[in-house]
Design a protein around this ligand. Structure first.
Ligand code: GDP
Ligand code: IMO
Ligand code: MG
Length: 441
């Protein structure tokens, strides 16, 4: 049997749930780790002993010698970033040879103008110049050029794919047209814009193409051939369900399909080939960037969670907003992504609180109560959380290695999650390291 043996790891909240840790653990039992969405906006952490690795574009399976890592067609790739990341890993003794890192020839390229446009738009929106009230309407993007790169993919005429970098004449003819369009767009935005130099770009991107050529291939055939040989694939979601461009808190989202729904389009592998979808969730909630967050705690408890959980962005270093667990949101994401089990992460961070709250419904402005998530920022902003209170657990749990090692109150908290979401908790994480993990049979 070559089908239905594959696994996906998907974030169920607003990102940073601990996907990198779980992918690293599961990669041992899979042959390929595959990214299907997002770009260098992702920041996935893997901790091995005293070593800490932050991965943005290279899949988190890279720590396992001999395993293959694939960046699928649905990812937007900044060539400078992927080379920087590859070389930094090589310096630390990790094999990132072309045999191990495969990049789709159809992945779109993040170009300098994408980052310029991303920042220009965010600056315009944040200064309040865009509206009479002077309000900040920025999204709080990572400024990695993600939105503009995906916009060009959809626009088509002004997009470049990794495969285009591998043929100098073809690249030169594409860049001529695209640079013309981009200079016109940026001039409209900023009259002081210095036009991009076509010759310099030709030289730079031909060189990047030469450097990346050994990694670039048709990853769709690569993955289908691997499946036919009986290899197991592990899909690594970037960003998370509530940031999904179609199903998240629009417009405070990213620009790709982050849930498991993005896998077929972002890799060419049919959804029916995936057997397990592991929904990764924190034991509480965080969000970085702007947008509604009903259970946000702007108080001592929120600060305590931020400090104990080291809740500062892996990509941008920004402090993350912290709050109670929103079960309405998690149940919605689990439904959307087809989660077959949950991994509850950073559970250790909640130790020492007298009581724990979980949001089980929203109260709306008209007084009605709903258990449905509201995947629209304007509507979700009006939602007040309805909480259930559960007893906290005083003792530290970082040394727990089995379910029975957890205090009774901690087990009750996990049980309530399972009941509400309707999906079993298969993994509990009690610290950043590989070993600080409880796997339930
Ligand atoms: P990702 O984007 O989903 O891969 O998550 P990030 O790497 O951005 O953020 C998760 C952070 O939590 C990282 O610093 C991890 O090392 C850390 N982490 C993961 N699991 C645990 C855990 O169970 N407990 C604690 N204290 N930290 C964890
Ligand atoms: P990982 O994979 C947390 C957020 C940004 C911003 C919004 C849009 O590490 O979980 P973008 O740069 O994508 O246009 O920003 O999405 N965001 C993330 N937040 N973790 C991520 O990735 C994120 N990727 C994007 O903060 O609010
Ligand atoms: Mg992250």
């Amino acid at each position: 049997m070559t089908e239905s043996r594959h696994t996906a790891v998907v974030g169920l909240q607003w990102g940073d749930e601990g996907k990198g840790k779980i992918v690293d653990i599961l990669a041992r039992d899979h042959d390929y780790t595959v990214r299907y969405n997002g770009g260098a906006n992702a920041g996935h952490t893997v901790v091995i002993g005293a070593e800490r690795y932050a991965l943005h574009l290279i899949p988190s399976g890279i720590m396992h010698p001999g395993k293959v890592c694939v960046v699928g067609n649905g990812v937007v790739v900044d060539p400078h970033q992927v080379i920087k990341e590859r070389d930094a890993l090589v310096t630390r003794g990790i094999d990132v040879s072309p045999r191990r890192l495969r990049l789709s020839d159809r992945a779109h390229v993040v170009m300098p103008w994408h980052k310029t446009l991303d920042a220009a738009l965010e600056n315009l929106l944040s200064t309040g110049q865009s509206n009479a009230a002077g309000a900040d309407h920025s999204i709080g993007t990572t400024r990695r050029g993600i939105g503009p790169a995906y916009a060009d993919k959809i626009t088509r005429a002004s997009a470049l794919r990794l495969g285009d970098l591998c043929d100098r004449d073809h690249l030169a003819s594409r860049l001529e047209v695209i640079t013309h369009i981009k200079n016109a767009q940026l001039l409209a935005f900023d009259p002081d814009h210095q036009p991009f130099d076509l010759e310099a770009l030709n030289a730079e991107y031909a060189r990047l193409g030469d450097e990346l050529r050994p990694h670039i291939c048709d990853t769709t055939y690569l993955l289908h051939e691997a499946m036919a040989e009986g290899k197991r694939l592990l899909f690594e979601g970037a960003n998370a369900c509530l940031l999904d461009v179609d199903h998240g808190t629009f417009p405070y989202v990213t620009s790709s399909n982050c849930s498991a729904l993005g896998i077929p389009a972002g890799t060419g592998v049919p959804g029916r080939n995936i057997r397990e979808v592991i929904g990764i969730m924190k034991a509480y909630t965080t969000r970085v960037g702007a947008g509604p967050f009903p259970t946000e705690l702007k108080n001592e408890i929120g600060n305590r969670i931020r400090e104990r959980g080291r809740e500062y962005g892996t990509t941008t270093g920004r402090p993350r907003r912290c709050g109670w667990l929103d079960l309405v949101a998690v149940r919605y994401s689990a439904m959307l992504t087809g989660a077959t089990q949950l991994a509850v992460m950073l559970f250790d961070v909640l130790a020492g609180l007298d009581e724990l709250r979980v949001c089980t419904a929203y109260r709306l402005r008209d007084g009605s109560v709903t258990q449905r998530f509201l995947p629209d920022a304007h509507r979700l902003e009006a939602a007040e959380p309805v909480y259930e209170t559960l007893p906290g657990f005083g003792a530290e749990i970082t040394a727990a290695r089995s379910h029975d090692d957890l205090p009774r109150e901690a087990r009750a908290y996990l049980k309530r999650i399972e009941e509400y979401v309707g999906v079993k908790v298969g993994i509990v994480s009690v610290g950043p390291e590989r070993g600080q993990t409880v796997v339930r049979g």
